[in-house]
Design a protein around this ligand. Structure first.
Ligand code: PLP
Length: 424
């Protein structure tokens, strides 16, 4: 039986795709190279099935997934409760225009507000879109307070907010911007955890400060709790919105529903996506206070946003997160995992420089530029993680992982580190 039969691919699908042997990863890679725009440097693996914390490739090999998409499949691959909710809703009503009420959207909005301390939600389809909404909301809010010049937004060096023009302009990393200049004007960047630099940059023209409580794409760099609290105080003093981008660090990954909650900080605006519907595309921009009432009919919108199918997946994901106490698991297993990684650091100081993160959002800074090789070595050993640049390994497992899973990954990581360093 073909491994693709798990995915429901029929003989006809496969013939149409020109794949006589659908399990052949080289043929799939060739087709991909020929017909898919080359925006991703893909690892040489073809995943065809997932269940819980496990993935299987087209050759039938099993992997322990310590990446979960990239912090997407938080309650595990194809969780039966989420899969059933999607299947049921797909047979009931997939889409309804936002011109009409949608009961699942209303119920989900209430539930997200309760979990985050926010008051209103705008639904969208991705993290970048959630940040676009936050940027537009902040500009309109600033204009209503201090006029059109109050449209500037401050973000932090190393941040990542997405690929659309507003979001990439907010992203303070030249490598994502250079080819597409000029950027949207009005964004200023200051170093993370540098309160004085932020204080000096805030002016009458600043409408918002946008921050990831833990930077993910730059290699797991947390804002310190003291810094985040001080940013909150500065924003209050200067009458500036505090927007937390929790697209990667939110949805329970750090042990609290929002990473900002773990620091006792309540933002004015929060953005979510990735883990919100366990892999079904969805994003959300949430706000409280007068920020929540800033956007009016016609200001913003999206055809697919908050459609019944996505809402059913998100509601089911929240059920699992709560019922299976996965935030608590993220704390206990995350603490254990980082301790074990610290052991590896102590054993191999010439290879491992630092372990950082919170809950199940963990980065390992290597002392040598071998991160991609280590990832390939781990794939060969049946473990999925990813590399950020040359020196950081990023671990973002589903929140269902156990201590035993961590032990398995740490044992294989030791081998992979040894094998990678010994290569020429
Ligand atoms: C913190 C953060 N914000 C925004 C985004 C963009 O999300 P998306 O890829 O869903 O547009 C990402 C994606 O990695 C992210 O990590």
């Amino acid at each position: 039986m073909s491994v693709l039969s798990h995915t429901g691919a029929t003989g006809t699908d496969v013939e149409n795709a020109g794949l006589r042997d659908p399990a052949d990863p080289e043929r799939i890679a060739a087709l991909d190279r020929q017909f898919v725009m080359g925006t991703y440097a893909r690892y040489p693996v073809v995943f065809v099935r997932g269940e819980g914390k496990k993935l299987w490739d087209s050759q039938g090999r099993e992997y322990l997934d310590f990446l979960s998409g990239i912090a997407v499949v938080g309650v595990g691959h194809c969780h039966p409760h989420v899969a059933d909710a999607i299947a049921r809703q797909a047979r009931t009503l997939v889409h309804v225009s936002n011109l009409f009420h949608n009961p699942l959207q209303a119920v989900l909005a209430e539930r997200l507000c309760r979990l985050t301390g926010m008051e209103k939600v705008f639904f969208c389809n991705s993290g970048a879109e959630a940040n676009e909404c936050a940027i537009k909301l902040a500009r309109k809010w600033g204009r209503s307070r201090r006029g059109a010049s109050c449209h500037e937004i401050i973000t932090f060096t190393g941040s990542f907010h997405g690929r659309t023009f507003g979001a990439v302009s907010a992203t303070a990393q030249p490598k994502y911007q250079a080819a597409f200049a000029p950027m949207v004007p009005g964004f200023h960047y200051v170093p993370l955890n540098d309160l004085r630099a932020l204080d000096e940059r805030i002016t009458e023209n600043t409408c918002a400060v946008l921050i990831e409580p833990i930077q993910g794409e730059s290699g797991i760099h947390p804002a310190t709790p003291e810094f985040l609290s001080a940013v909150r105080a500065l924003c209050d003093e200067a009458e500036v919105l505090l927007i937390c981008d929790e697209v990667q660090c939110g949805m329970g990954r750090t042990g609290a529903f929002l990473a900002s909650q773990a620091c006792g900080v309540v933002p004015d605006v929060v953005t979510l996506a990735k883990g919100i519907a366990d892999g079904f595309p969805m994003g959300a921009c949430l706000a409280r206070g007068n920020a929540a009432d800033t956007l009016a009919p016609g200001d913003h919108g999206s055809t697919f946003a908050g459609q019944p199918l996505a809402c059913a997946a998100a509601l089911a994901t929240l059920d699992v997160l709560e019922r299976e106490e996965l935030m608590q698991n993220a704390v206990t297993v995350g603490t254990y995992f980082r301790e074990r990684l610290h052991d590896v650091q102590r054993e191999m100081p010439d290879r491992v420089r630092e372990v950082r993160g919170l809950g199940l959002m963990v980065g390992m800074e290597l002392a040598v530029p071998i991160a991609r090789t280590v990832v390939l070595q781990l794939l060969e050993r049946g473990v999925v993680v990813n590399a950020v640049g040359d020196t950081v390994l990023r671990f973002l497992p589903p929140l269902i992982v156990s201590r035993d899973d961590c032990d398995t990954v740490v044992d294989r990581l030791r081998d992979a580190l040894r094998a990678s360093v010994s290569e020429p």
